[in-house]
Design a binder for this molecule. Structure first.
Ligand code: ZN
Length: 237
């Protein structure tokens, strides 16, 4: 079983439009979709729970952390952001979504500003630009979102290992919208979709991509120690 924690800010009650689309929060919609896969053990957590929903034991028991954040990046304790980074270096998968390009854990892992261009309302086509990647399995070559926030270049990220998806927007932007990196023993997949008030996370292709990303980012052999350890000398047979 892959243990997945889906985290968000729990801000749907502060925004009528968002509440109309995600009455129980984005985390709930994502978790319900992932729970259809019997190989996944899914839990939810949010920023208004004690310890931001991520006390040490929950982080330790998480194989893959999905992170949707928009409004409250600055309130996340630096220590928690550092703990998430350390978990990734030990092998935890990390899937930051949408505005998480400015979240502390993502920026710690990337080392860049994470800045980009944006325009709130647009029509989007998502192109699969690395069809051989496991995250693209069973995803169409191209599909559409009738309404989504446009993100545009330049997106200040380190050079990705793979740009699995590239977005085109009717307003004229293109964007490296689905990118992978490895950090330490861990894998990161950033996926740009999911503005607060648009129904993107109900889209079956989007759900498939996130499910694929869970399997791809999951640690294949458990989390590793990061300690420097003295090794005994080899003995020649
Ligand atoms: Zn947004």
């Amino acid at each position: 079983m892959i243990r997945v924690t889906v985290w968000d800010e729990n801000i749907q009650n502060e925004n009528e439009k968002m509440k109309a689309v995600y009455p129980q929060g984005i985390r709930t919609v994502l978790a319900e979709a992932l729970k259809n896969n019997p190989e996944l053990d899914v839990r939810v957590a949010h920023a208004q729970m004690p310890a931001f929903g991520l006390p040490d034991d929950v982080l330790e028991e998480t194989d893959v952390l999905i992170w949707w954040a928009h409004k409250t990046h600055d309130t996340l304790p630096d220590l928690l952001a550092e703990k998430i980074k350390q978990q990734v270096l030990r092998g935890m998968g990390f899937i930051p979504l949408h505005s998480a390009h400015l979240s502390k854990p993502f920026l710690l892992l990337m080392g860049t500003s994470g800045t980009l261009k944006y325009r709130y309302v647009d029509y989007e086509r998502i192109w699969t630009t690395c069809p051989m990647h496991p995250i693209a399995k069973d995803v169409p070559e191209v599909f559409e979102l009738e309404i989504e926030e446009a993100y545009g270049e330049y997106f200040d990220i380190p050079k990705p290992d793979d740009v699995v998806f590239t977005s085109w927007f009717e307003g004229g932007s293109v964007f490296r919208g689905g990118c992978t990196w490895t950090r330490g023993m861990g894998k990161v997949f950033y996926f740009h979709v999911g503005h607060d008030t648009y129904p993107t996370f109900y889209n079956k292709n989007i759900q498939k991509i996130i499910e694929n990303a869970v399997f791809w980012t999951a640690p294949q052999m458990g989390k590793r120690s990061l300690l420097c350890e003295e090794e005994p000398a080899w003995v020649r047979p």
